[in-house]
Structures are given as structure tokens and as C-alpha cells.
Ligand binder design. Structure first.
Ligand code: PLP
Length: 368
């Protein structure tokens, strides 16, 4: 059972959709598939423009940094992925300033506002919606609204790689929203997507940047249902399949189900004495802070067939993360919390009495 927060398992119907013969990307046949997928993607983002890139999520992060910063970037670093925005700026000699916090701490809206007010060079803000390093939810919508009230020309770029497909993100004040194929969208890695506002499109076209990751060129081509370079045809076919399926069941229903599963998992683990790591947990994953994380993960994997993630860098061995993204079955989440309780029993941390399963089931199925 793969319950890591990316890569997530690829459902059988998606694997089948991608198993057909490879079609040429410059054909009416593929362009029709591209058009359909693009329309579903615009609906998913709830934004006026979107592009698909043949890259992992980081490629889309890089494209947004290079195409949307003309003067100076403000990056929010509460974890590995926020730190990455700063590293991309440094790699391209783009001037940037960073607000850094511990990985369990969301950025303070006022800290962002103060930084913007004190530095008129900043013309783009880069932030994760969910910082996956600790499963932390940043107050992105609130920040975007406040920044736009000060200066509507400042671009708000949100990394939604572990948020799009997990929850309904209010994109009203967002200019670019990034996602990738291998997390909530349950595809193999290799495709990234960016939702764009009209203001972002204008800024990108005013000063086109880069070659392969030139968003101006992609916006132009993708509006004609093709791509500047060879499209990742197989992944785009898979994306079309998964988005049609999600739409069939209703985007809102997927978000509601994921939120309930995340809440039930958190409550079940708290009930058996676990400590939730982030101050503001996102629904993409449940992150537990414990020095026993490596031992618990090992027992889960070897005895109960549950594969969950640990941490990275300074919290590598002090957290474990259980994924909620994608079409996870309720019984998979129920089994995961059961397995954690059994592992804690084996480690002498707490005698097993079925509390985790009971609390999970009550929250998930009995409405409390
Ligand atoms: C996984 C992830 C990324 C990076 O994606 P790659 O596909 O590994 O390049 C970026 N941001 C967040 C929040 C992620 O979870």
C-alpha cells in the first residue's frame, strides 16, 4: 500500500488510457485530446489560462521565477520547496529576499506585507499553498488579497503541487498556480502545469524569457491546442483520463472526501497520543512529529504493508507523513492508522486497544 505524499499510485484506468499506441503530437487526433484536456485543466485551476510543460514540478517553478520576476522576488521558506524558489532565483542571478521560518510554522501575513512595503523592487511573491516538507498550509489566499490591495502589479505565484486536486483553492488573487503530475493527480512523474491570470499572461508577453521554459511561446501555442516542442503526449492523455474521472464524480466531492479523510486520520492519531507537526496542517498529508518515526515506518512497511514517508534534512528522522492525495480508499487510511497503533504497541509506547480505528471510523462514517 503506497501512502507516500508523492509519487502516488497510478489508478488502473489511467494506466490503461496511457497504454495505447503513441500518436504523433502534430495531428488533429492529438490536438483534439489536447483541447479536451486543456479545458478540463482550466476548470481544475479555475483560471483563464493554463500551460502544460514536459518537466517535473520544479520545471514549472523555474519557469514562473524566470518569466514572472522582472525586478526582485520575495520567497517564503518554511521548508524544502519554499527554499527551492530561492535557490532558483540564485541560479539565475535574480535578486530575491526570503522570509524563513521553522518547517512547522506558516508565514505571517504581516511579515509579507511589511517586506513588500519596505522594498518597492519586489514584483513577485513565491509561496507554497501546502509546503510538503512538513505538510504545512500557508495562508496564501489571505496574503494574495493583502498584497494586491497594496500593489496589484505584484505577481502572486503559488506552488499548488500538493494542493491542486486536494482542495478548492480560491484563485481570485493568484497570478500563477503550479502543479505536477505525480502528486494529487495520480499520474507518473514528468508533466507540470501552470494556471495563469490575465495579468500574468500580460506580464509574460511583455518581456518573454528563456528558451525551453519560455511561457510566452507556450501560451501562444497551447491556445492553438499544440505545444512549442514535442508534447508529453502519453502523460497528457493520462491527465485527460484522470480529470474526466474526477469531474464525473464532482471536483467538490473529491475535495470534501479528502478533507474528511485527512481530519479523520489526524483525529485518530491524536487519540493514540501522536503529535501533529505543522501548526496549520494541510489536507494533502498528515505529518506526525516523533523520534520513533523511523521505527514506526519500518514496522509499517515490513509487517503491515504500508509505505509512508519520513522527513528531509533536519527533520529527516523526526516526522512521518501519511498521504491523503488522490483517489485513496477509506479502508486504506483506516488500515494506516490501525498499523500505526499496532506499531506503537510493538515499540512499547502504548498498549493496543483499537482506539485509532474507532476514532477514524467515527469521524469518517458516523459524523463525529
Ligand atoms: C513535489 C513537490 C515539488 C517538486 O516537484 P518535482 O516534481 O519533484 O520537481 C514542488 N513543490 C511541492 C510543494 C512539492 O510537493
Amino acid at each position: 500500500m503506497l501512502l507516500t505524499p508523492g509519487p502516488t499510485p497510478v489508478p488502473e484506468f489511467v494506466r490503461k488510457a496511457m497504454a495505447d499506441i503513441t500518436i504523433h503530437h502534430r495531428t488533429p487526433e492529438f490536438e483534439a485530446i489536447f483541447k479536451e484536456t486543456r479545458e478540463l485543466l482550466l476548470e481544475l485551476f479555475d483560471m483563464p489560462e493554463a500551460v502544460m510543460l514536459a518537466s517535473s514540478g520544479t520545471g514549472a517553478m523555474e519557469a514562473c521565477v524566470t518569466n514572472l520576476t522582472h525586478k526582485k522576488a520575495l520567497t517564503v521558506n518554511s521548508g524544502k520547496f519554499g527554499e527551492r524558489f530561492g535557490k532558483i532565483c540564485a541560479a539565475f542571478d535574480i535578486d530575491y529576499t526570503e522570509i524563513k521560518n521553522e518547517w512547522n510554522t506558516p508565514v505571517d501575513v504581516n511579515a509579507v506585507i511589511e517586506t513588500i512595503k519596505n522594498d518597492s523592487d519586489i514584483d513577485a511573491v513565491f509561496i507554497q499553498i501546502c509546503e510538503s516538507a512538513g505538510g504545512l498550509r500557508h495562508p496564501v489566499e489571505e496574503i494574495a488579497k493583502a498584497v494586491k490591495e497594496i500593489n496589484k502589479d505584484i505577481m502572486i505565484v503559488a506552488d499548488g503541487i500538493t494542493a491542486i486536486g486536494v482542495e478548492k483553492v480560491d484563485t481570485t488573487n493568484l497570478d500563477a498556480v503550479i502543479t505536477g503530475s505525480q502528486k494529487a493527480l495520480m499520474l507518473p512523474p514528468g508533466l507540470s502545469m501552470i494556471g495563469l491570470s490575465n495579468a500574468a499572461v500580460e506580464k509574460i508577453n511583455a518581456q518573454p524569457k528563456g528558451y525551453y521554459l519560455n511561457l510566452s511561446a507556450e501560451i501562444k501555442k497551447q491556445g492553438q491546442n499544440t505545444t512549442a516542442y514535442t508534447a508529453a503526449t502519453t502523460l497528457i492523455i493520462g491527465l485527460g483520463a484522470i480529470l474526466s474521472k474526477i469531474k464525473e464524480g464532482g471536483f467538490e466531492n473529491l475535495y470534501a472526501k479528502t478533507a474528511l479523510r485527512a481530519k479523520s486520520t489526524r483525529e485518530a492519531l491524536i487519540a493514540i497520543g501522536c503529535e501533529v507537526y505543522p501548526q496549520t496542517p494541510a489536507n494533502a498529508m498528515t505529518t506526525i512529529f516523533t523520534e520513533n518515526a523511523p521505527a514506526i515506518r519500518k514496522i509499517l512497511k515490513t509487517k503491515y504493508n504500508v509505505n509512508i514517508a519520513g522527513g528531509q534534512d533536519h527533520i529527516k528522522t523526526s516526522i512521518f507523513r501519511i498521504n491523503h492525495m488522490g483517489l485513496v480508499e477509506d479502508f486504506e487510511a483506516a488500515w494506516a492508522v490501525n498499523a500505526v497503533e499496532l506499531a506503537m504497541d510493538e515499540l512499547g509506547l502504548r498498549a493496543f486497544d483499537g482506539t485509532a480505528n474507532k476514532v477514524f471510523a467515527q469521524s469518517m462514517f458516523k459524523g463525529n
